[in-house]
Design a protein around this ligand. Structure first.
Ligand code: ZN
Length: 55
């Protein structure tokens, strides 16, 4: 499983990076798909990684 650094187009940063969190993908509203195809922004997960950045 070397998928930890995988980054989807809708992600602001790589998952697991400091000061990031998961959020509902605004493109598909968390459904993970657009129409009957996987959402290109979140890769079908329905969630994106966003930078929280509270520093
Ligand atoms: Zn999406």
């Amino acid at each position: 499983m070397a998928e930890t650094e995988r980054k989807n187009p809708g992600d602001e940063d790589v998952s697991g990076t400091k000061q990031t969190g998961e959020d509902i993908c605004p493109t598909c509203n968390g459904s993970g798909e657009i129409g009957h195809k996987a959402c290109p922004d979140c890769g079908g997960s329905g969630r994106i990684t966003v930078i929280v950045g509270d520093a």
